[in-house]
Design a protein around this ligand. Sequence first.
Ligand SMILES: Cc1cc2nc3c(=O)[nH]c(=O)nc-3n(C[C@H](O)[C@H](O)[C@H](O)COP(=O)(O)OP(=O)(O)OC[C@H]3O[C@@H](n4cnc5c(N)ncnc54)[C@H](O)[C@@H]3O)c2cc1C
Length: 418
Amino acid sequence: MSTPLPALIIGAGIAGLPLALQLAKAGKPSIVIERCPGLETKGQNIDLRGPGQEVVARLGLEAAIRAKTTTEKGMSVEDENRKSWAFFGVSEQKEGKKNTSPTSDIEILRGDLADVFYQECLAKYPNLISFRFGAKIASIEENDDSVTLTLKSGEVLHGSILVGADGQGSQVRQMCLASSSNINVRHFHLYMSYYTIPREEHDTDIWRIYITTKRRSLFIRPDGSGKTVRVSLCVMTQDPEAVKAFEEQRDPKVYKEKLKEIFTGAGWEAPRLLKAMDETSDFYLHPTVQIRMDKWHKGRVVLLGDAAWAPSPLGGMGTTLAVSGAYLLAWHLNRKDVGDDPTKAFTRWEEEYRGYVEKAQDIPSFAPGLFYPRNVLEVKALRWFAYMIGVVSKLPFLGSFFGGGEDPFKLPADEEMA
Ligand SMILES: Cc1cc2nc3c(=O)[nH]c(=O)nc-3n(C[C@H](O)[C@H](O)[C@H](O)COP(=O)(O)OP(=O)(O)OC[C@H]3O[C@@H](n4cnc5c(N)ncnc54)[C@H](O)[C@@H]3O)c2cc1C
């Protein structure tokens, strides 16, 4: 019997790694190709909800993941004097229910979640999952019964399928699906920067948010280390100078100068955060966009996670969609009746999953603007609104109204695979 061709998975990220694990569970090999020289451990706090939590439990990784959470106890909306106007505690995941509080019971650093998946690949499936780090794609060629991937190093890999799990800026999307799917990039005109700074005595295990005028907000979040905290400066702007600095220059120095200009005088902890920005080693900034496509697959090539549907960080669903989408894709690929025709699996998977993704992407265009007020009046109105929601959501008879109801997506059982 000939050895089956591996799945070629581009991107050792939050979507690519659980896909490799779930395929390996069914005895299927994969090669994971990552452009970074090692596992990309950058990234700040991400949360895992509903079906995403169910997937890690089924992979036997729940304890390892819970051991690495950021210990965040909730989210507080503060004013310039650090007075809290609203507090939202941790919302615990209840089976089959949506978890809609800003702080989920699994808050983890992106790098830690990726590392748990990666270590599991190494420990449990050394013969089924292999890695190519620091690898750059030169070309992708589809044949009737396989896909050929050539790397810039000259290495040529043959796979049964190729999965683009290469994030929001996906190269696979551009190379393989640009001609067959309408790709719509929805821009929120929101720029979010992230970095790590030393923890100070008054920092707590609460995610603290300060929202101020001129569409600016500042976040400080715990990371569980006890030594550092994670910071975010966010601004919604269409000012041509700012857009040029954030979109065209691709230079952290330029980003930082622009952020200093925008956030100087913002109040709250802005002086501390701006000063620390110069000393941090992990600064990055990205425009907040959403990717929408008519179709996520073509022939033997399929997109997964942010590459296919980046929902934006605004809904807090990017990680959950990536992890449960990976599981469901593997579930369909592992079905016996798929045989040699992966497009059957891709089609069934997309039919089943698209509705859930589109629901998560359904952010009304006015909504982000509500959280980025322009002037003092709007800031005050937002604080009172947050205060009321904070109070009402704690009332027992109304609390469940904010609990989110049924989660619209249910994972199929492993045993149902036939
Ligand atoms: C550095 C980084 C930091 C992030 N920080 C946050 C954050 O703070 N908060 C948040 O909510 N979300 C963050 N995200 C996004 C979050 O991880 C995703 O929204 C989500 O988890 C979906 O995962 P994904 O696997 O689809 O994409 P990602 O987690 O982005 O993984 C994509 C992987 O593909 C690799 N890759 C990209 N292009 C290529 C290529 N051409 N060839 C090979 N490999 C490639 C990347 O290096 C990365 O390892 C971050 C992503 C990255 C890459």
